[in-house]
Design a protein around this ligand. Structure first.
Ligand SMILES: [Fe+2]
Length: 216
């Protein structure tokens, strides 16, 4: 006797179709896992870019440190953008987001440089949190001067690393990395650090400093 499914027109198979049968199917294959195709901390060796494997290993390791710290600074800017409070809320809210967008671009440039050199870019938040040299802020909100200080200290970490890496890349003949680090990372971080620093100058807002007031 035919089953209910057969009577309703369903095709009933006696065995489950093997996923390795090689037959084309419209069924998406979910929940797949396999071994990595390249381990973190290695470089592949078939690139025709005239840079020795040893050079690419050293440079990609340093670029990954720069990447982890740049991703942390990027996120610190978004935290500051959301949590800022006080009379300068609006201008800082906008400034922090502008700097965030610029750091997003730097993250992509650094990560793709690592891949281009045959390496593997650090990517996920928990890996970044383990690697970064930037101090972890609390989850709660902090006052503007503290936000600015944290951001400036993060810039300082990145600027220090960028200078060191740029010199080392030049020494090893990796001009592309030197150019990226100087022209994009270093210059952008220096500029952002200047914009932040000017907010920490205790300049008069309404009343000019009386000692320097012009008489007449
Ligand atoms: Fe926003």
């Amino acid at each position: 006797m035919r089953s209910l499914k057969q009577r309703k027109g369903f095709v009933v198979k006696s065995k489950r179709e093997s996923p390795t049968s090689g037959r084309a199917t419209a069924q998406p294959r979910f929940h797949q896992r396999a071994a990595e195709i390249q381990a973190y901390g290695t470089v592949n060796h078939l690139l025709r870019i005239e840079l020795e494997e040893q050079v690419r290993l050293e440079i990609t390791a340093q670029l990954n440190q720069l990447l982890a710290d740049t991703m942390t600074l990027r996120d610190l800017y978004k935290k500051s953008h959301w949590q800022v409070a006080g009379p300068t809320f609006y201008q800082l809210h906008l400034l922090f987001d502008k700097h965030f967008d610029e750091q997003v671009e730097l993250v992509d440039s650094i990560a793709e440089r690592i891949q281009l050199l045959g390496g593997v870019s650090i990517a996920m938040a928990h890996d970044v949190a383990e690697m970064t040299r930037i101090e972890r802020p609390p989850r709660g909100r902090e006052e503007v001067p503290v936000q600015l200080s944290r951001l400036l200290e993060a810039h300082q970490v990145i600027i220090g690393e960028a200078r060191k890496l740029a010199r080392r890349a030049a020494e090893l003949g990796d001009d592309g990395t030197n150019d990226l680090v100087v022209s994009e990372v270093l210059r952008r971080n220096e500029l952002q650090a200047w914009f932040l620093s000017e907010h920490l100058v205790d300049a008069a807002l309404i009343h000019a400093n009386s000692a320097r007031a012009v008489k007449g």
